[in-house]
Design a protein around this ligand. Structure first.
Ligand SMILES: Nc1ncnc2c1ncn2[C@@H]1O[C@H](COP(=O)(O)OP(=O)(O)OP(=O)(O)O)[C@@H](O)[C@H]1O
Length: 256
């Protein structure tokens, strides 16, 4: 299934009286390096994720997967789509069964990937390491984990399914800021090993700076600046870019 492509073509969508997304074009291909989509709170990042996932219908334009319109996929193609393109939001925990242990949960996800023909040799220990959890967490029951620990296991579970494309909407909100950099590095390495393309949707410039060679800035319903993050920050033509840059001076400094 190598080479899956998810595309948005002049995508518009939102809520009654509030057209949040207004003309977005985007192409994500399996194997791509992580792409960051960054914008301030309330700008429409989650709405864009919903549109890409097909859980919300566009008012204009379309999202396609392998050339087919996502919101109208026949059942068989829909199954392929949900297996190959995985969406992980801050509150979706991708936990197959809360009574399972962490290892049981991860193994179920690996089996799911195998069934879909995406085998990989990533062990439970490697998956836990990618989200900076010690190996003894393997025997913990999902229900007993803290919010931050669950979010880490949810990420490890999403990785265990080895999707072609993984869309992460604010993936580290429940992870303490000190651990985010380390997790970003580890997850980045595993994404590369698995050949999974990732889209990181966030307001956190530091996270994008650590994980994504290229970025789109979302403002006014559109991508107002795109490219290598250092160059976009150096130009800082749009007020939204300047606003985000001002909130993360250390990240900006690293590009000087
Ligand atoms: N179900 C809904 N019905 C009506 N308006 C909504 C709904 N969900 C979101 N909105 C509005 O659409 C706009 C974009 O919301 P969205 O959640 O996509 O922003 P966001 O960039 O993800 O924000 P945050 O970073 O705070 O999570 C906001 O003004 C929000 O209030």
């Amino acid at each position: 299934m190598a080479g899956s492509v998810l595309q948005a073509h002049d995508l518009w969508g939102g809520y009654p009286g509030n057209e949040v997304i207004r003309g977005i074009d985007l192409t994500i291909t399996a194997g791509d390096a992580p792409l960051g989509i960054i914008g301030p709170s309330g700008v429409g990042k989650t709405t864009l994720a919903r549109l890409l996932r097909g859980s919300m219908r566009p008012t204009r334009g379309q999202v396609t997967y392998e050339g087919r319109t996502v919101s109208r996929l026949p059942r068989k193609n829909k199954k392929d789509f949900t297996a190959a393109v995985r969406f992980q939001s801050q509150d979706s925990l991708t936990i197959t069964d809360p009574r399972l242990t962490v290892a049981g949960n991860l193994k179920t996800a690996v089996k799911e990937a195998r069934k879909a023909g995406r085998t990989h040799a990533t062990s439970t220990a490697e998956l836990l390491d990618a989200v900076a959890l010690p190996e003894h967490f393997a025997s913990r029951v999902m229900l007993t984990l803290s919010g931050g620990e669950r979010q880490r296991v949810a990420l490890a579970t999403a990785l265990a399914t080895r999707p072609e494309i993984l869309v992460l909407d604010e993936p580290f909100t429940a992870v303490d800021p000190q651990s985010r950099g380390d997790m970003a590095r580890r997850i980045g390495a595993l994404l590369e090993q698995l050949g999974t393309a990732a889209v990181i949707i966030t307001h956190d410039l530091e996270l994008v700076e650590r994980m994504c060679p290229s970025v789109h800035f979302l403002a006014d319903g559109q991508f107002v600046a795109s490219g290598a993050i250092g160059e976009v920050l150096a130009r800082a033509e749009h007020p939204a870019v300047r606003e985000i840059a001002a909130a993360a001076p250390l990240a900006v400094q690293r590009f000087r």
